[in-house]
Design a protein around this ligand. Structure first.
Ligand code: ZN
Length: 154
């Protein structure tokens, strides 16, 4: 079970859920659901069983997910080993083009040396990596772009 990601869309907006139903629906412990209620998740009334409106549940989960996001500041990439945005080692960054407009930045983590990636539009490289010389690497050539004809094809 993936504990860190809960899909808010699992909650039907015209449906109401008890605590055990919410727990089953999202794959979390009932204690977690009760902690959410203490933490501000709205309930229908104070009467038992506690009912949570799907609309409120979805909204609560969306807000929670947005608050947990940590976008990488300019000049950094997310290192999965350090679990935080890190600067590239020695200011060395490669850009691998995937299409005419998009590609990904590649660099080693300055802390642990793990290879880090960051998707980036070609036109936004300067914004994503200010004051860093990014080395452009062309993607592997497509067969149609080869200048010499293939010998094993008609
Ligand atoms: Zn790292």
């Amino acid at each position: 079970m993936n504990r860190t990601r809960i899909n808010p869309r699992l909650a039907k907006i015209h449906h109401s859920y008890t605590v055990p139903e919410t727990s089953d629906l999202l794959g979390v412990h009932p204690h977690t659901v009760r902690a959410w209620i203490k933490g501000g998740l709205g309930v229908l009334s104070s009467e038992r069983p506690i009912l949570i409106l799907g609309k409120d549940l979805r909204h609560f989960l969306k807000v929670r997910r947005t608050a947990a996001k940590r976008p990488c500041p300019p000049g950094t990439m997310y290192c999965f080993k350090c679990r935080s945005p890190q600067c590239p080692a020695l200011d060395m960054v490669d850009y691998q083009r995937h299409t005419d407009v998009s590609g990904s930045l590649r660099a080693l983590c300055a802390i642990c040396g793990t290879l880090m990636f960051r998707r980036c539009r070609y036109t936004n490289i300067g914004m994503a990596m200010p004051n860093i010389q990014v080395v452009l690497k062309e993607g592997p050539m497509r067969i149609g772009q080869l200048s010499t004809p293939l010998l094993n094809a008609d």
